[in-house]
Design a protein around this ligand. Structure first.
Ligand SMILES: [Zn+2]
Ligand SMILES: [Zn+2]
Length: 137
């Protein structure tokens, strides 16, 4: 009663796009990239983007250990005077968030001016932060 015509020209379907094989686009933030981490077809401009793409959000453990309170933005003036997030130690093996504090910088980091937060980078320029709960006792 009916016929199925399944004609595909596989040869012509994949013409062009040779440049896009060299200049990739970050699968997380869309930035044009030359080199970076990759997984299969997906390329990333930074490890932060790769991590967020793999786990876009805090894991259960980090959510439980923190509150919804965020640290707010950071600012820098000519990269000399300002505030920056600084963290020490390894990131969470599941979601990649790191324990960090906001520090006052005058050329060098002077002292922390915030409580401790878990910081999760969305891209290399934007991040989420959740305040770490005070340990009871
Ligand atoms: Zn990216
Ligand atoms: Zn985590």
């Amino acid at each position: 009663m009916f016929a199925v015509w399944n004609v595909q020209d596989a040869g012509s379907a994949r013409k062009g796009g040779s440049l896009s094989k060299i200049f990739g686009k970050c699968a997380n933030c869309g930035a044009t990239i030359l080199f970076g981490p990759s997984e299969g077809e997906h390329k990333f401009c930074s490890k932060k983007c790769y991590q967020f793409w793999k786990h876009p959000g805090y894991c259960e453990v980090c959510t439980q250990a923190t509150t919804d309170e965020s640290v707010g933005g950071t600012y820098t003036v000519n990269f000399v005077l300002g505030t920056r997030m600084m963290g020490f130690g390894a990131g969470c093996p599941t979601c990649g968030s790191r324990e960090m504090r906001k520090w006052l910088w005058v050329i060098l980091p002077l002292f922390p001016i915030s409580a401790r937060y878990r910081v999760l980078y969305q891209t290399s320029a934007t991040f989420f932060s959740r305040k770490i709960r005070q340990q009871p006792g």
